[in-house]
Design a protein around this ligand. Structure first.
Ligand SMILES: Nc1ncnc2c1ncn2[C@@H]1O[C@H](COP(=O)(O)OP(=O)(O)O)[C@@H](O)[C@H]1O
Ligand SMILES: [Mg+2]
Length: 267
């Protein structure tokens, strides 16, 4: 393993975020959060609703400023949105007046490149996410799962090193969600990316990630940091593996606020 691969890709140091609340004391969402993510690591973040997961991703993306602390990518502080990072949102956030292909091309329009090159890259990612034949469809003509495929292709098209995903499958039905999870595994195999993936599904986190960070209730602190022991490529049958079940139980119990030992596991 080279030194470059060992160096953290992303470092969160003393990250603090407060929101003003009129006359009330400010709402402390993040309070001195510290962690690091390796290059090409797939990290899932789970935590109670409202604990600050989206805020954390927005700060990593540079969409929001921290009150204290910093985010470093390749040792350089993040000061605003920039190349090298891309976000996928739960709400897809596609432009309704643009076709699937033109939505994917959107992020590339800010970059200096000939139109033919932009088209070539956009088509490549449209096909990578399985949307061949839907180039000219508008978002309202696509199912939720297809719209999120466009959202993923749009993020990938800018060829970010760091992909930030905020509950990307949270608005989809269970079957579509399962399909997109497998798609995500395939994409992670094909594209070398560092991924930070927020989800409220413990199963999804274990199935997809190399490591899971469990955040506490607000202000978010690291409650658990678990390595997922399954090799890649992942197979669906790991969901029945005793280690999968044990990790799911451990996380669920942590989120519930309990502190069960291994002996407390349901059999
Ligand atoms: N722009 C904002 N202004 C004020 N409060 C906010 C803002 N964004 C988020 N919050 C509050 O910060 C807390 C954390 O929000 P968020 O990061 O969206 O949580 P999560 O994604 O974990 O559900 C919530 O209580 C939310 O209401
Ligand atoms: Mg959120």
């Amino acid at each position: 393993m080279t030194a470059e691969r060992r160096a953290p890709k992303l470092r969160i140091e003393g990250l603090t975020k407060r929101f003003a609340r009129g006359g009330e004391p400010p709402l402390v969402v993040l309070d001195g959060l510290d962690f690091a993510i390796r290059n090409l690591e797939f990290v899932a973040i789970v935590g109670p609703s409202g604990c600050g997961k989206s805020t954390l991703l927005r700060i990593i993306d540079g969409l929001e400023a921290a009150d204290a602390g910093a985010v470093y990518i390749d040792s350089a502080p993040v000061c605003g949105p920039g190349a090298g990072r891309a976000m996928v949102f739960q709400s897809f956030d596609l432009f309704p007046w643009r076709t699937a292909l033109d939505n994917i091309a959107f992020g590339l329009e800010m970059l200096p490149m000939p139109a033919a090159e932009r088209l070539r890259i956009s088509r490549h990612y449209l096909e990578l996410v399985g949307l061949h034949g839907f180039e000219r469809s508008y978002p309202h003509q696509l199912s939720g799962g297809m719209q999120q495929r466009v959202g993923i292709a749009r993020a990938l098209a800018t060829r970010p090193d760091v992909l930030l995903m905020d509950e990307p499958f949270g608005a989809l039905d269970v079957q579509t969600r399962d399909l997109l999870q497998d798609e995500m595994l395939r994409i992670f195999e094909a594209e070398a990316k560092t991924i930070v993936f927020v989800t409220h599904s413990i199963e999804e986190a274990i199935y997809l990630a190399d490591r899971i960070i469990v955040l506490s209730a607000r202000p978010a602190r690291i409650g658990m940091d678990i390595r997922v022991p399954f090799p890649r490529p992942r197979r669906e049958n790991i969901k029945g593996h005793p280690d999968f079940v044990a990790i799911r139980w451990q996380i669920w119990n942590k989120l519930k606020g309990g502190d069960a030992g291994a002996d407390d596991q349901p059999r």
